[in-house]
Design a protein around this ligand. Structure first.
Ligand code: ZN
Length: 209
């Protein structure tokens, strides 16, 4: 961890959070904290945290030797992990990384046949412990980052369709997370952040998302 990230992480003041930065954290692009306006909610669409970590550590961009991940991960039992520093741009949402924080909830989603026409229901609920931990993280981030104003689901920001993996004539949503079981009503009652889609707000043009 670089010295600069320590005060930022301490601002969050979360007893239950463990900081386990990805090996490439310091190779991700740097940003100023006041550039952060959005919090993007994801689910991992994987069975457990170990699988998510494996995917997060995978190098996908040879030039920068970095990969895809959120900043924070919340497990089903309410444990919270930070994998990317807030002053680094994580790759978690196409076209919208720079102004946003990615928060990933462990949930199977459509695993393991994400793009099969037969697996487009997301049936695993989000346990109360996980939702409460997520809300605690949200509070801490809102307190630490006055510029943070909006919350969106990954599904709000990436609406692309792809050809399904079991039927070449059918198309499915590329991203559906966090999906219909995420308790938006409760979350929006408990936070000052407003759910919004980026076409209405400063951000990249819709065509890039
Ligand atoms: Zn996502």
């Amino acid at each position: 961890m670089s010295a600069m990230t320590i005060p930022v992480d301490k601002l969050l003041n979360l007893d239950r959070m463990r900081v386990e930065l990805l090996p490439y954290d310091d190779r991700l692009e740097r940003r100023e904290l006041d550039q952060i306006q959005w919090l993007v909610v994801h689910c991992t669409e994987l069975p457990d945290m170990a699988g998510a970590r494996q995917l997060g550590e995978k190098i996908l961009y040879p030039d920068s030797r970095t990969g895809n991940s959120g900043h924070f991960y919340v497990d089903r039992d309410g444990s919270i992990f930070q994998w990317v520093s807030l002053d680094r741009v994580a790759h978690h949402v196409s076209g919208f990384n720079r102004p946003s924080i990615g928060v990933e909830l462990v949930n199977r989603g459509r695993f393991p046949n994400w793009w099969d026409t037969t697996s487009q229901q997301m049936t695993q609920p989000y346990p109360e412990e996980q939702v409460e931990a997520f809300l605690g993280l949200l509070d801490a981030l809102c307190a630490a980052l006055p510029g943070l104003g909006f919350i969106a689901g990954h599904e709000d920001l990436d609406r692309r369709m792809v050809t399904s993996t079991d039927n070449p004539n059918a198309r499915v949503q590329r991203k559906m997370d966090p999906g219909p079981l995420f308790p938006w009503d409760l979350v929006l009652q408990r936070t000052r952040l407003r759910r919004n889609i980026p076409q209405d707000q400063p951000g990249p043009p819709a065509a890039q998302i």
